[in-house]
Design a protein around this ligand. Structure first.
Ligand SMILES: [Zn+2]
Ligand SMILES: [Zn+2]
Length: 328
């Protein structure tokens, strides 16, 4: 597998935003054995783009692989990394918007198949807010024919297609071998509840995933001094806003560059990474960088699919390194 890499081992994180953006790319490092690693599987939203898959984030901590949200093509991105879909230890859903769930049947059922890209042999662990059990039950009904057929025809063992679904309340939702995952309520608008963000802790390091949210004090609280905050951001041109009033509702449910700058100035994460990037109308990621940069001067990266971030859990290594896996 080919990698393109940002060469800096970013100990100390003294780089400015513009340096992050301009860094040259070379060979990828070997991954560290004791680390927490974040990979952006999908940085997009509902727009069907090949380069920005639907929203999904892989967090690897120790030997565990956890996937948060399951937008379109999450399975493809995992296999681009050489990770069998059946290798994922647990799945975590933030909310029930389809751009976060539509890839789940693929991860679940393709992960159950027995070629190298699948190979799940034990039940799939699925966490999410209230409604997750019902979501899982409905899917098992919808795909009952496929499951029965493959079991009868191919002898695929049934254990690997079972789903252990959990309706979680905010708080600690997962704890295994030193990895802890906490769910918290964010604010995705009054009609879109429940909606979670997640905080992952391992080896003294903290990663926070905002989920879909407008400015929210709970996100600030959960991500204060976090090592990495993965945050949504959305920008809509004035012309698009006028032409399509539906964008007003969307803009009201997600974070504008101003909202994100407010969160970052309050929380001071060591590194902010934008994902779930909404570009509505004649706007670019450059506009996001410019608008956030006018109000926030900390480290941030506009995410691309298959960008990876790694933090050693050894206390003497106090930085983040990042590289980009070639998206092909
Ligand atoms: Zn949403
Ligand atoms: Zn979304």
């Amino acid at each position: 597998m080919k990698f393109r890499t940002l060469p800096q081992i970013l100990f100390g994180l003294a780089l400015t935003l513009s340096t992050w953006q301009a860094s040259a790319q070379t060979q990828a490092p070997d991954t560290l054995p004791e680390a927490i690693r974040v990979t952006l599987l999908g940085t997009g939203n509902p727009v069907p783009r090949i380069m920005r898959a639907g929203n999904s984030t892989l967090v690897e901590a120790g030997k565990q692989k956890l996937v948060f949200d399951f937008g379109r093509n999450a399975s493809t991105r995992l296999w681009q990394l050489g990770i069998p879909l059946g290798r994922v230890d647990a799945f975590f859903l933030t909310h029930f918007h389809s751009d976060h769930t539509i890839g789940f049947p693929d991860l679940w059922l393709t992960g159950w198949l027995q070629p190298a890209y699948g190979r799940r042999a034990a039940p799939l662990e699925l966490h999410g807010p209230t409604g997750t059990v019902e979501f899982s039950t409905g899917l098992q009904q919808a795909f009952a024919s496929d499951i029965a057929t493959r079991q009868k025809d191919e002898g695929t063992p049934l254990d690997g297609v079972k789903i252990n679904a959990h309706d979680d309340a905010p708080g600690l939702v997962y704890a295994k071998d030193g990895v802890k995952v906490f769910a918290f309520n964010n604010d995705h608008g009054i009609n879109i509840k429940p909606s979670f963000g997640y905080r992952i802790e391992y080896g003294g390091r903290t990663v926070v995933i905002s989920g879909d949210t407008r400015y929210n004090a709970e996100v600030v609280k959960q991500s204060t001094h976090a090592d990495i905050l993965v945050h949504c951001v959305s920008i809509t041109s004035d012309a698009q806003m006028k032409a399509n009033p539906g964008y007003r509702a969307i803009a009201a449910h997600l974070s504008s560059p101003d909202d994100v700058a407010r969160v970052l100035n309050a929380a001071h994460p060591k590194l902010a990474v934008f994902s779930h990037i909404g570009l509505n109308g004649d706007v670019t990621t450059g506009d996001i960088v410019q608008q956030v940069g006018e109000k926030y001067d900390g480290n941030l990266v506009v995410g691309e699919d298959l960008m990876r971030f790694e933090i050693s859990t050894r206390p003497e290594h106090n930085g983040v390194r990042m590289w980009q896996v070639e998206n092909r």
